[in-house]
Design a protein around this ligand. Structure first.
Ligand code: ADP
Ligand code: MG
Length: 399
């Protein structure tokens, strides 16, 4: 789960991370009132969407205008810029061409930026450790820095048995070119961010940019936090920060039915049980020259209701031109799955080709149910056969 910048800053502030003062606003009036309270002379009005690159992004209705992060010098300008941003669609490198509508703003005191640095914490899957990523190249996308100038990135892995130590923070501080009292300030900053990361079960904490001010202070100017969904049950305060408006409606619907669904760009909808089989199914669709429209794992104990919900979800995506059901009946019996598929296909008035590949317990019985249904369901014998059939069916439809 992701949260907004202002929420991340509030959480981090609670752990002692240095962040500028600011307040959230839902209307231009609220933005002006926050600005008056902060007192100036410089304010920054920041679009709150779950995507980065806001500063360089542009509003859809004004592509030559100003971006999603604006520095202004009066309360009136805070309000007028707020009006230009609220309820307008911001397109950034990370939103894709559709962009995201700005529904909240963060009004923050303007900082005197001397240097822009990068600091990130994440779990490195290779070492299984929380790892600090730091770079002197702040303000730009770290992926780009990693690609163009990998030598400018330092990584420090933290052993969970010892937790964060002075040598970790010193290594980062020196890599960032910090000196004198900044080294101590950076140590406190990084330790606080690490504590927040581990306490709150984060997947990512990213401060980009981390700045050094004209006065030599260290400050988080931007903050992104992402959390491990499986740990949200024990972090109720974090779970409460969820903003469903920022999430894919289909993914929210999927979560209600305990389906693991991720929308993708292709045209073949997939319904599979087990994440590994779902990945293999997506791979083989690609192998046969088409693209999956989604990842969907219906789980081990899928019921008829769940299968129906999954079908509806797949068909709610207008890009879907065919469906491939690939289910291994281990815990679940193939006849039960077949009944679910038939009922769901009738229920949703299926209008695209459907290929079903069943394997496992009661497979013959399951196939019989599909064949007897009178529905135009194409039965497949194995994964290869299934992928070939659905790709052919979709290509024929398109032709
Ligand atoms: P994004 O990464 O989505 O573009 P940031 O919060 O990083 O958004 O803001 C983009 C840029 O705007 C920053 O790199 C910084 O130069 C400037 N900026 C952001 N917040 C402030 C602030 N409070 N004071 C001064 N400049 C800011
Ligand atoms: Mg940023």
């Amino acid at each position: 789960m992701n949260i907004h910048e202002y929420q991340a800053k509030e959480l981090l502030r609670g752990y002692g991370v240095a962040v500028p003062r600011g307040g959230v606003a839902f209307t231009p009036e609220e933005a002006a009132s926050v600005a008056r309270e902060l007192g100036g002379p410089v304010w920054v009005v920041k679009s709150q969407i779950h995507a980065g690159g806001r500063g360089a992004g542009r509003f859809q209705d004004n592509p030559t205008g100003k971006g999603g992060v604006r520095v202004v010098k009066s309360v009136e300008e805070v309000a007028s810029n707020a009006a230009e941003m609220l309820n307008h669609v911001l397109v950034t490198k990370q939103t894709g061409p559709a962009g995201k509508e700005v529904k909240r703003l963060y009004v923050e005191e303007g900082a005197d930026i001397k240097r822009e640095l990068y600091l990130g914490l994440l779990i490195d899957r290779a070492t299984g450790r929380v790892t600090i990523i730091a770079s002197t190249e702040g303000g730009m996308e770290i992926e780009e820095v990693a690609h163009n100038t990998p030598e400018k990135i330092v990584k420090v892995a933290i052993d969970p048995a010892t937790g964060i130590q002075g040598h970790h923070t010193r290594k980062v501080a020196f890599a960032l070119g910090l000196e004198g009292k900044q080294v101590g300030a950076a140590a406190m900053f990084i330790q606080a961010a690490y504590k927040a990361f581990t306490d709150l079960d984060c997947a990512i904490v990213e401060i980009n940019p981390l700045i050094v001010t004209g006065a030599g202070d260290i400050l988080a100017l931007d903050a992104k936090m992402s959390f491990d969904d499986n740990a949200l049950f024990r972090n109720k305060d974090v779970a409460a920060l969820r903003d469903e408006a920022e999430e894919d409606p289909a993914e929210i619907e999927a979560a209600k039915h305990e389906l693991n669904y991720v929308k993708l760009d292709g045209n073949i909808g997939c319904m599979v049980n087990g994440a590994g089989l779902a990945m293999a199914t997506m791979d083989i669709i690609k192998l046969y020259g088409a693209e999956p429209a989604n990842f969907l794992d219906v789980g081990g104990g899928a019921t008829k209701e769940r299968v129906t919900a999954a079908f509806k979800l797949i068909l709610s995506d207008s890009a879907v031109e065919g469906i491939l059901v690939n289910i291994f009946g281990g815990i679940m019996r193939c006849d039960v799955i077949a009944e679910g598929v038939v009922a769901a296909a009738r229920d949703v008035k299926l209008h695209v080709p459907l290929v079903v590949r069943l394997e496992g317990t009661n497979v013959a019985f399951g196939k019989q149910i599909l064949a007897d249904s009178g529905l135009p369901i194409l039965s497949a014998d194995n994964l290869d056969d299934a992928a070939r059939k659905i790709v052919a069916a979709v290509k024929k439809e398109a032709a």
